[in-house]
Design a protein around this ligand. Structure first.
Ligand SMILES: [Zn+2]
Length: 183
């Protein structure tokens, strides 16, 4: 298990290795941070099945905490999150439809998530994931992220062939990439 996994669309679980801990322990704090404490002697596999066993508990607890009015799960709270998520979904669907005219890829699934470290990602099964904050980016940079993930349906890597796919529709992709990376 990496140090962090996207457990559900909403819940990200971070892992902490502790030498002296005696048991696996799952906790959730007032900001929605979920922490799995794993003793050194417990295997990744055992930790993952423990997490599966706790799925219902975790989802219930997360929902309960996140819907409290005083909840600070996200800046702006749950209402703003849901609003941004739907607006981002509308933007993504619209732009994918536009860009995919040039490729005709089969898009199996689109998910809008609270992922803290990435703007987008593509799974091996062809699902496209986007950060719910995407709508706050300047449109030309949001387009870069959307087209980037779409092109991974053609090339699931960052090879020359991948960048050539992007360049076909976005000749200045490199410039946008630099702007996105360096703010
Ligand atoms: Zn990529």
């Amino acid at each position: 298990m990496p140090s962090s996994i996207q457990f559900t669309e909403d819940i990200e679980v971070r892992e902490r290795r502790v030498r002296r801990a005696r048991h696996l322990r799952l906790s959730i704090d007032g900001s929605g941070r979920v922490l799995l404490t794993r003793p050194f002697w417990v295997s990744k596999k055992a930790a993952l099945s423990f997490l599966e066993e706790k799925r219902t508990w975790l989802e219930d607890r997360w929902r309960e905490l996140s819907t409290r009015p005083e909840s600070n799960f996200r800046r702006g709270g749950r209402a703003e999150y849901l609003r941004d998520k739907e607006a981002t979904r509308a933007l993504v669907v619209d732009r994918l439809k536009y860009f995919n005219q040039f490729y005709n890829y089969k898009i199996s699934r689109i998910a809008i998530r609270d992922q803290r470290t990435r703007w987008g990602s593509c799974s091996k099964s062809g699902g496209l994931n986007f950060n719910y904050r995407l709508l706050h980016l300047p449109p030309e940079l949001a387009d870069y992220v959307i087209l980037h993930e779409l092109c991974h349906l053609g090339e699931l890597n960052h090879s020359y062939a991948f960048w050539a796919l992007m360049q076909k529709v976005m000749p200045d992709y490199l410039q946008r990439r630099r702007t996105l990376r360096h703010g």
